[in-house]
Ligand binder design. Structure first.
Ligand SMILES: NC(=O)c1ccc[n+]([C@@H]2O[C@H](COP(=O)([O-])OP(=O)(O)OC[C@H]3O[C@@H](n4cnc5c(N)ncnc54)[C@H](O)[C@@H]3O)[C@@H](O)[C@H]2O)c1
Ligand SMILES: O=P(O)(O)OC[C@H](O)CO
Length: 341
């Protein structure tokens, strides 16, 4: 079905964590009203009554034309564009809940970064498995270096929007285009997705390295060789190798692996300093996607016979009780290699 895209479509953001809140506030800057679906009643109340999200980015004011809602079926039935920003492991179940209610011409944008642990599925595979071809085909994928806190503060960023349907991609690129939020388009859905999801594992590795007291050289080595192993898995999925040098690849990896604003980097740093994963995870309601993505990616690497030594080391630290220092020694003691990807 060919879809006519209006200048001011009705837009709802599904998921009121940090990124969903930031994207809804961003869109509210150009649309008359934006709906934000939140699971938590206190989030709905805080946004509608006090224009702030009391749980995520609680210190920041939100625009008054951002309206929160808790009824997922109503939100799905009453909007033309649905922006999915729930964490990866909940994505399939939330899509299944809203599926019976969506408009036939709905366009989805996914801003989630991760790989599902239950089925080892990318987010685009979850869409393909949930929706018939036209809706899955129209879905666009927003990724790239962008911290919620920086975006909501109006700081300049550049991101990538991937999609297979040219009309939907052009419309979603325009919807998400602002003077301080430059959105580039690409048709490489799987490359954009893999870059955005797997950089979180490498950000954990970089954080561990810094937490152990290693220097800038060690971090640069992890970032560079981390990108090489992401590209190796990307080859199996048919990704364009050039995508990994772009915003959703190297761009997001550089930012996430070197900033204390990153939950993934910070998780790694605290692991490197000796804290346990359960203690770190229990100390925040926010999600470090790289933890679960390390579990699924390590299984994918073994399934496809792809060498991913940094992912393997992060997996060993997170899930096999290998001390960080020992994992580093194992990484460094591997055989000599050529530098080819
Ligand atoms: N925060 C950022 O700066 C940022 C930037 C780019 C992309 N992302 C990506 O956006 C996605 C969402 O992350 P976030 O930062 O908005 O989340 P968050 O960590 O700030 O918040 C957690 C979210 O999980 C939701 N949640 C918890 N249990 C749930 C359940 N059972 N079912 C459905 N939802 C549940 C909460 O309602 C909340 O929306 C992630 O994939 C993340 O990698 C985040
Ligand atoms: O805070 P993090 O580590 O989840 O990173 C957020 C974004 O993915 C950065 O682009």
């Amino acid at each position: 079905m060919a879809v006519e895209y209006a200048d001011n479509p009705s837009v709802a953001v599904i998921g009121a964590g940090s990124w969903g809140t930031a994207l809804a506030a961003l869109l509210a800057g150009k649309l008359p009203q934006v709906t934000l679906w939140a699971r938590e009643p206190e989030v709905v109340e805080g946004i509608n009554q006090g224009h702030h999200n009391p749980v995520y980015l609680a210190d920041l004011d939100l625009p008054p034309n951002l309206v929160a809602h808790q009824d997922l079926a109503w939100v799905a039935a009453n909007h033309d564009v649905l922006v999915m920003v729930v964490p990866t492991q909940f994505c399939r179940q939330v899509l299944a809940q809203l599926k019976p209610h969506v408009r036939p011409h709905v366009t989805f944008v996914s801003a989630t970064k991760g790989v599902e642990t239950a089925n080892l599925a990318l987010i685009s595979e979850i869409f393909t498995q949930t929706f018939a071809a036209p809706i899955a085909q129209r879905t666009c994928y927003l990724s790239g270096p962008s911290f919620a806190r920086e975006v909501i503060a109006g700081q300049p960023v550049a991101v990538a929007m991937a999609g297979a349907d040219e009309a939907a991609l052009a419309a979603m690129q325009a919807l998400f285009f602002f003077p301080h939020f430059r959105t580039y388009s690409t048709s490489d859905v799987v490359g954009v997705e893999l870059g955005g999801a797997l950089k979180n594992i490498i950000a954990i590795a970089a954080g561990i390295s810094d937490g152990l007291g290693y220097g800038a050289g060690a971090r640069a080595a992890l970032i560079t060789r981390g990108l090489a192993e992401i590209a190796r898995l990307g080859h199996i999925y048919g990704a364009n190798p050039q995508t990994f040098a772009g915003l959703s690849g190297m761009g997001d990896l550089l930012m996430t692996a070197s900033s204390t604003l990153s939950r993934n980097y910070t998780t790694g740093f605290r692991l490197g300093q000796g804290e346990s994963l359960s203690h770190i995870s229990g100390s925040s309601r926010e999600v470090a996607e790289g933890v679960q993505t390390a579990a699924s990616t390590w299984l994918l690497a073994q399934r496809h016979g792809v060498e991913m030594p940094i992912t393997q080391a992060v997996h060993a630290i997170l899930f096999e009780q290998v001390p960080p220092q020992q994992a580093v020694t194992q990484l460094l003691n591997r055989d000599m290699k050529r530098e080819a990807v």
